[in-house]
Design a binder for this molecule. Structure first.
Ligand code: GLU
Length: 507
């Protein structure tokens, strides 16, 4: 299987584009095939600087890799269509010679006049097609000598000659047989007057030259496919198989999830943060929102594909194993951000601790927090990973570590402190100061013993200590908190509390 991902660098890659790239990747890997990245940048008016680099960075972050592409080269280089310009014109002319395309010389004004005439006659969407071409200026209507003369002296385009009154059928791996009638199709421009190909020509020529066997792309390209089918027929080339992936819908089901939704829906629609090079506007990304690539990939895989059975949490390797086009649905897939967060949470729980530490590190640094020795850092993260859905949740959960409680405690919290515990604090402090080793297990033993001696329920002791040490009512295990804070920080916090709250200090 040879597949390709063929984005146009017109801005940041939308999360739906990442899903298309992912499905192609999964199939290439599953079948031991080849995966090509091709940049479709023939429309220079829509070119956005930085977009190609963004696409490569985003897919690399997701773990989606290629066998060929502009960033790694390969046997079909170049992989940017703008660098393949010379190839397309030759094929467009060949198609004219084969009787499947023709030259057209109509000016903008003439095209506009045609549209207005037809609209006046009651046609809603007038097109240059099998019916209208017969009274336009092209190589089908003009005498051959005039055509030759015009070709030498005038700008011209090459249009596909859509056959009249024919059904164009193709088999879609997801939708089954799809039929268009040629009357629904217009004679699309293949080569523009500046010699640049349009999407249709460049896409089909490259898929053929690169040996692509399966074209897997978003549903929005379905209406283009009959044109592509005709091009394959015109060239006499073997057609690839087609699969059109379901649209991604907004969470309310109200239409397509689009790039323009930006952050307006309360969640990112891009894999990475993107700053628009023209307006400076910033759009948030999944990476910066604290998602793991594993979480994003897992969630996107389920957006339109259903594995057999109940399993929902997959690594990339497991997805490769389980994925098949047969289980991709036709209906649009509704985006569900809560589900994305839940899936990410499952991956956060499973991530090896060294990798979790690596993933949290940029967020830690961004807060201006100094690096910690790896073992200590990992212990701290271990305390918080269970309930975190995204990486910043972990930082939030260990806030106690880098922000000692503001003292005096607000009265709603201070009211919950147990006076007997407070009185005995200096004694506890003295006992803890000599405790070795300083580990959660020995701390637990010491504190339990101490609560018993005081004749207090353990819960009260723990709550009071938690409030003093963290300023919070709930959180990770207190013994673990003490362990990661370490003796000296724990002691400082207890002492400072005694100073501020004025409980007699007897140490
Ligand atoms: N350049 C098109 C895009 O931006 C490619 C569509 C296709 O895969 O054929 O999505």
């Amino acid at each position: 299987m040879v597949v390709r991902f063929a984005p146009s660098p017109t801005g940041p890659l939308h999360i739906g584009g990442v899903r298309t790239a992912l499905y192609n990747f999964l199939l290439a890997k599953k079948t031991g095939g080849r995966y090509i990245l091709r940049i479709e940048d023939t429309d220079q008016t829509r070119y956005v600087p930085g977009a190609e680099a963004y696409i490569v960075e985003a897919l690399t972050w997701c773990g989606i890799t290629f066998d060929e592409g502009p960033h790694i080269g390969g046997p079909h280089a170049p992989y940017r269509q703008s660098e393949r310009k010379a190839i397309y014109a030759q094929y467009a002319h060949e198609l004219v010679a084969r009787g499947w395309a023709y030259y057209a010389f109509d000016t903008e004004e003439e095209l506009e006049a045609m549209r207005q005439r037809l609209q006046a006659a009651g046609m809603v969407a007038p097109q240059y097609n099998a019916y209208t071409r017969s009274y336009m200026k092209n190589s089908l209507t003009l005498p051959p000598a005039e055509v030759q003369a015009r070709l030498r002296s005038e700008p011209y385009v090459i249009r596909i000659l859509v056959p009249r009154n024919r059904e164009v059928r193709f088999y879609d791996e997801i939708r089954g047989w799809v039929t268009f009638h040629s009357r629904e199709l217009d004679d699309k421009v293949l080569l523009k007057s500046d010699g640049m190909p349009t999407y249709h020509l460049a896409n089909v020529v490259d898929d053929h030259l690169m040996g692509v066997t399966h074209v897997i792309r978003g549903e929005e390209w379905l209406p283009s496919t009959p044109i592509h089918v005709l091009l394959y027929e015109g060239f006499g080339w073997e057609m690839p198989r087609f699969a059109h992936l379901p649209l991604l819908l907004r969470p309310d089901g109200g239409g397509k999830l689009s790039k323009r939704d930006g952050d307006a829906l309360g969640f990112p629609v891009f894999p990475l943060r993107w700053q628009d090079p023209f307006t400076g506007e910033i759009a948030n990304g999944y990476r910066e929102a604290g998602f793991l690539p594993e979480g994003v990939v897992n969630y996107l895989a389920l957006l339109g594909w259903h594995p057999p059975g109940e399993k929902e949490i997959f690594t990339l390797e497991e997805l490769i194993e389980a994925f098949s086009l047969k289980r991709v649905q036709k209906a649009g897939a509704r985006f569900d951000y809560e589900k994305a967060r839940w899936i990410n949470q499952q991956h956060l729980r499973r991530l090896p601790i060294e990798r979790l530490a690596q993933a949290v590190q940029p967020f830690w640094a961004q807060k201006g927090l100094p690096p910690l020795p790896p073992e200590r850092f990992q212990k701290l993260l271990e305390l918080a990973r269970e309930r975190a859905a995204v990486l910043p949740d972990i930082l939030e959960a260990v806030r106690f570590f880098y922000t000692p409680p503001a003292l005096p405690l607000p009265s709603n919290l201070a009211d919950r402190l147990n006076p007997t515990v407070l009185e005995a604090l200096p004694e506890l402090l003295a006992a803890l100061s000599t405790l070795t080793p300083w580990l959660a297990s020995s701390l637990e033993e010491a504190i339990k013993g101490w609560a018993k001696r005081l004749g207090l329920p353990l819960g009260k002791v723990l709550l009071t200590l938690r409030l003093i040490l963290t300023g919070e009512e709930a959180g990770p295990s207190l013994y673990q908190i003490l362990e990661v804070l370490g003796l000296s920080e724990s002691r400082q916090r207890l002492e400072r509390f005694l100073e501020v709250h004025g409980v007699p200090k007897r140490v």
